[in-house]
Design a protein around this ligand. Structure first.
Ligand code: 4AD
Ligand code: MG
Length: 469
């Protein structure tokens, strides 16, 4: 038995030494074509977007075996590795032995040669990873995760794990999935008729986290600089190409950072990730550039070579009002105090500045309770990074470190101090200036892959009325 070589290795220049030796490849058939003397099988094992061509001399193989090798079938092939004459591939395998692991009945295997719609592929998300597009997206997803860990590790940040089950609502937006073991058909009630959460698993109402930030702040005020990277959950009923109910978020939190340190890190971080993709995923990006969005690579290169704009919210609103005056039509109204819609964000980024924008100093009413309050009494040191095609890709802020100002704001918003006692301890004991942000991992992937819908950059998307697979 010859030892298997992943197909990606065969295309590397180091594989020169394997030329004219017998290799073994295993993978799934993408296509089979040929004539009555010879068959050409394009085999893919997921290690790369590139297929290896297997050349089969029909005289040496059982006709029945060849018939059963159809698109989607899984094979193990032994054969001599030779330089290829055909265009587009550098090496190919001349089959001497073929083992058919699994057939894929052509009448029922859903992935045939022709292009399928993204909607159709979502319905067969368990198989779509075998297509070129979703193979590319998933390899890039891995590489971006690796880039994120590399970036923070190299900067001396510690990877920190926040709990997924929590009793608090970080963003205060009430968009949480409840976690309970109570019998919904027979809820235990107290005398006043309310639900008796003493009998629930955690002894009080609890939910899936919307953000690991609050716990991240606890860690940053002990370890200096940390980042979380894990799933977060939001029960917002937003059926858009940018929202998931379960998505992954990267949340760094840094002691002793001010607003300038924060925006500098946001910019450096995104550029590092985009450059990583260009340096490590070129085969997949070229494929996506050809098939999905032919300005993709240009856009990625553009981002790493441009300075992001710093834009105070007030100035942003002025530009948008100016645009309206000049006849630009928005669906939603623009005025100071409005929570900007994605059409507004995209106007600023795509039409006005034509580059990424970091918006700062938002009205406190539209931002979460923990953001540092400015001297003007009206705005807070929140930052949103706005990207072409995507809109908001990062949300972050300097945190209010004053115990008094923070609890005053919480009282204004009706947040119970007793529910946040552990969080307020960071302000009670050795409080320090600090800041952090959250990057939506799938939003980053939308940008890096050029895919149009966030459902297509996570293997198994969770959205309203959909938790299949
Ligand atoms: O702006 P958000 O809500 O900020 C926070 O949660 C802060 N606690 C982060 C922090 O400062 N540590 O969310 C951060 C990012 C957004 O900018 C967006 O990229 C992404 O998370 N995001 C979503 N991605 C996909 N689906 C959703 N429903 C998302 N909601 C937010
Ligand atoms: Mg936000």
């Amino acid at each position: 038995m010859t030892k298997r070589t992943p197909i990606v290795e065969l295309f590397k220049s180091e594989s020169e030494v394997l030329i004219d030796t017998t290799v073994n490849v295993k993978g799934w058939v993408r296509t089979k074509r040929g004539n009555k003397n010879v068959a050409f099988i394009a085999l893919n094992d997921g290690s790369t977007i590139n297929n290896i061509q297997v050349v089969v001399d029909l005289a040496n193989f059982d006709e029945d075996l060849l018939k059963r090798i159809t698109t989607g079938a899984c094979l193990s092939v032994d054969g001599k590795l030779v330089k290829s004459m055909g265009a587009g591939q550098s090496v190919e395998v001349q089959a001497s032995d073929i083992v058919l692991y699994g057939e894929a009945d052509p009448d029922s295997y859903p992935l045939q040669k022709k292009g399928h719609s993204m909607e159709f592929l979502r319905d067969i998300a368990h198989l779509r990873m075998r297509t070129n597009t979703f193979g590319a997206v998933n390899r890039i997803r891995h590489n971006m995760a690796f880039a994120i860990h590399t970036f923070f590790h190299n900067k001396g940040f510690f990877y920190f794990n926040a709990p997924l089950i929590t009793a608090s609502d970080c963003e205060g937006a009430g968009e949480m999935f409840q976690v309970t073991t109570l019998d919904l058909n027979n809820l235990p009630k107290k005398e006043d008729g309310s639900i008796d959460y003493d009998q629930d698993f955690f002894g009080k109402p609890s939910n899936l986290t919307v953000s690991g930030q609050l716990e991240g702040e606890l860690a940053a005020t002990a370890l200096g600089a940390i980042y979380t990277f894990g799933p977060t959950f939001r029960a917002e009923n937003s059926n858009t190409p940018r929202h998931l109910a379960e998505f992954w978020m990267v949340e760094p939190e840094m002691a002793f950072y001010d607003i300038d340190d924060l925006t500098a890190l946001e910019e450096e971080f995104i550029k590092f990730c985009v450059k990583w993709a260009l340096d490590n995923c070129m085969d997949d990006l070229q494929f996506l550039n050809k098939m999905i969005d032919n300005s993709l690579i240009e856009r990625l290169q553009g981002v790493i070579n441009t300075d992001f704009v710093r834009l105070p919210y007030t100035e942003g609103v002025r530009i948008l009002e100016e645009a309206v005056k000049n006849g630009h039509k928005f669906e939603f109204p623009v005025f100071w105090g409005a929570d900007l819609a994605s059409e507004h964000e995209r106007y600023l980024v795509e039409q006005h500045f034509k580059k990424p924008v970091i918006m700062i100093d938002y009205p406190k009413e539209i931002k979460a309770f923990y953001m540092k309050q400015n001297e003007d009494g009206k705005t807070v040191q929140g930052t949103d990074v706005l990207f072409p095609q995507i809109g908001e890709i990062i949300g972050g802020s300097v945190r209010e470190e004053s115990y008094e100002k923070l609890t005053n704001r919480m009282n204004e918003l009706g947040l119970e101090e007793k529910d946040y006692g552990w969080y307020l301890d960071t302000r009670r004991f050795g409080t320090c200036p600090h800041a952090g942000f959250g990057l939506g991992f799938e939003r980053l992937l939308l940008f890096v892959t050029g895919m149009q819908n966030i459902r297509d950059v996570i293997p198994f998307p969770r959205t309203p009325k959909n938790a299949e697979f």
